[in-house]
Design a protein around this ligand. Structure first.
Ligand SMILES: [Zn+2]
Length: 451
């Protein structure tokens, strides 16, 4: 009897030893990731995310199909339990858009286009993109970017703990003139952040028992089967080099997974519901809550303000509005541009290049192709050469129907090759008003100074 007990005790002990030894060994190999520099608390992530989510939901056509949202929340929460760090109140909503896209706001507010559910081949692929988005939240990439932008604008704030005082963080930032809405630093990530979200997303999939190959499968599906429907996804989640290979490497580190979950009947039932829905509203023809773009009430002012972008400074008429989305900026007269269409305005940005050695001509051609894919009504009608701030520029003319009924537009795309990437400025105006805008556009071009 005594003999038996001790052998049982030995077995228990050795089992405990195996568990003790096995678990840290398996964990030790995974890539360790921590959130980067951040001025905000996790609670402030939630507060900022809520404000941005309210803004997003005013601008986006939500799907509002209860079964679909319930499924996304079941799947999303199953994954989110394995996200390290703060326990954010995750919520998931479908968006009635055909493009393949998904985004996450700080604090756990996730949005998935119906096109993403439609394009995924298996539940593991959908889980893959959701785990990637959850990883952005867990690693606090949105408020990390906001912190960097804030420090760039208010370098001394880091000493004063400026964001700790009275009032909500959103009100404080708005008071300082920093945009925290849907069109802001939250929507476009760096390639480093993308790799981190891929790696942590892979770990979350593995921990939740999902086949981590699902994330590779999702990117393969985007790139090989739906290159045009996924332009938006890759503009907010830019492709790091060797994306799929890096995910494969993390899967190797994690080791084999017993009976990974790859698919479910649930997923295919939800996919069928999505596919049977009436087609989504066409962009630019949304419901009545979207203000229609129209002719602005005032001509462009001759008085200019300066806008400081990360890579350049540009002036714009002081009676125009500034809309920011990541590093992309739109200057437009009030009423002349909406979320879905730009009838009047100037769009500027510096794009990262997939090929860092690409020439001005090559990079411009690539950009023009993307614009024409995104708007098939446009066509290229010519190009010429010029200069901006002393540097060589290409000027590409595009022509197509204006969002103003019955009008046409000729758009001028100016591109300059910078060390950081490709600068572009796209000037948009209906032909019937082009005379009135010439002087303002010329003054904006002349005001550009690269840093
Ligand atoms: Zn991403």
């Amino acid at each position: 009897m005594h003999q038996r007990q001790s052998s049982f005790a030995r077995q228990v002990l050795s089992l405990a030893l195996i568990l003790l030894l096995a678990a840290p060994a398996a964990l030790a190999d995974r890539t360790r990731l921590k959130p980067g520099f951040n001025l905000f608390s996790a609670q402030q992530d939630i507060e900022l995310g809520q404000a941005a989510a309210r803004d997003a939901e005013r601008q986006l056509p939500l799907l509002n199909v209860p079964e679909v949202d319930a499924y996304l929340n079941r799947l999303g929460r199953r994954l989110a339990q394995f996200a390290p760090g703060h326990n954010y109140p995750y919520q998931f909503k479908g968006v009635n858009q055909d493009e393949i896209n998904a985004f996450a706001l700080p604090g756990g507010f996730l949005y998935l286009n119906r096109g993403t559910i439609d394009a995924a081949n298996t539940e593991a692929e959908l889980a893959g993109v959701m785990a990637h988005e959850i990883a952005h939240v867990s690693l606090r990439h949105g408020t990390n970017q906001l912190s960097k932008a804030y420090i760039a604008q208010f370098p001394l704030a880091i000493l004063g703990g400026a964001l700790g005082g009275g009032g909500g963080v959103v009100e404080q930032l708005v008071g300082l003139g920093i945009q925290v809405g849907f069109t802001s630093v939250f929507l476009k990530f760096s390639r480093t952040a993308e790799t981190q979200a891929d790696v942590l997303g892979t770990q979350i999939l593995w921990d939740a028992g999902y086949d981590p190959q699902g994330l590779i499968g999702f990117f393969d599906t985007l790139q090989k089967r739906h290159p045009q429907r996924s332009i938006e996804f890759f503009s907010s989640h830019p492709n790091p080099e060797n994306r799929q290979e890096r995910i494969g490497e993390e899967i190797e580190r994690l080791g084999p997974l017993q009976n990974p979950r790859r698919d479910s009947e649930d997923f295919h039932a939800i996919q069928e519901i999505v596919r049977q829905l009436p087609p989504p509203p066409k962009r630019g023809q949304r419901g009545s809550q979207t203000p229609q773009v129209g002719r602005p009430a005032e001509a462009p002012s001759r008085r200019f303000h300066n806008y400081r972008h990360r890579d350049f400074v540009i002036g714009f008429p002081d009676n125009w509005e500034v809309h920011e989305a990541g590093t992309r900026v739109l200057f437009a007269p009030p009423g002349g541009a909406g979320e879905q269409a730009i009838a009047y305005g100037v769009l500027v940005d510096v794009l990262d290049l997939d090929d860092p050695r690409a020439s001005l001509e090559e990079a411009t051609e690539h950009l023009v192709r993307q614009i024409l894919q995104a708007d098939p009504n446009l066509r290229e009608v010519g190009h010429q050469r010029g200069r901006i701030d002393g540097r060589r520029a290409l000027i590409t003319q595009l022509r197509g129907p204006s969002p103003i009924q019955g009008d046409q537009e000729t758009d001028y795309l100016f591109t300059v090759r910078l060390r950081e990437g490709l600068f572009f400025a796209l000037f948009i105006v209906p032909e019937s008003d082009s005379g009135q805008y010439q002087a303002a556009f010329q003054q904006m071009l002349n005001s550009i100074r690269f840093r």
